[in-house]
Ligand binder design. Sequence first.
Ligand code: ASP
Length: 342
Amino acid sequence: MTSRILLIYTGGTIGMDLNPATGALEPLDFNHLIKQMPEFAAIPAGIDVYQFEAPIDSSDMNPKLWGRLVEIIVGHYDRYDGFVILHGTDTMAFTASALSFMLENLTKPVILTGSQLPVNQLRTDGKENLITSIEIAAAHDADGHPRVPEVCIYFSGKLLRGNRSTKINSEGFNAFDSFNFPPLADAGVNIIYHDEIILRPDYTKPMTPHFAMDTNVVVFTLFPGITKEIVLHLLEAPHLRGIVMRTYGSGNAPQLPWLMEALTEATRRGIIIINITQCAAGPVQMARYSGGFLLQNVGVISGYDGTVECTIAKLMHLLGHTTDTDLIREKMSRSLCGEISL
Ligand code: ASP
């Protein structure tokens, strides 16, 4: 049986070309991409294409466009076996994280990919990334279920859980990594799937889309020398509802009385503060050092080993759906779709 795949083209380097006037890369439409890639016609899957009217550089991605992607997937869900999203690399990990929460009980693959070099360049990585992503989105197991019913990023030989991924390289072809969770598949001569870690949905239930995202949030990084005035200014920002605080090491912070008082006051006002580490790998363990212990005491919640992209997306998603801060705190502290290890 030939799988049917919907290829959603949002833009990104893969389909870009040089603007002769400025010398900068600009997104072009899908026909441009396809002209550079005769191999596309030979891919053994039924592929239809849906493209954003105006393809974008992914630095222009936003929660409204995530909603568009969810709408497109929902509108085509029953007619396709899987979805491949062509997306710029810069914000791909944010989009993949957001979609993992917006597509609850996902029963079909949603694979995001792109490239570091446009597809019309001789050494492009775009062709392999696109062709392998389509193969992965089309793959089934012996029961006829999709092999990878998750939101993933495929890049440079690795299939990563989307909400565990981070862009790590602006130059090398290995643009993404997932420091706290192993790849779901490795693509070499063969594609080796690591079935034991791939999430299985409840096939008796439908996929439930979610759209609401509250953007009254901020990512805030601690650094030696941080000042009281600036932190207080941030915490008093109108409408602020959530903070992803990037702390040191295993969730540690300076033991400054004014900082602890400010955070206590913010949590008292219902602001959700999540502690994630500035380290690329490893979890937050707040009780390990006294600075982290103090944060725990003032009501800061552990973000465990979540990435910054995933933690901010999860926070926006939860804040978009409820004002019940206890419920948000409870859901932040458990894994909804494989995004943290407890
Ligand atoms: N600036 C580009 C984008 O994110 C980079 C890329 O696609 O690799 O759209």
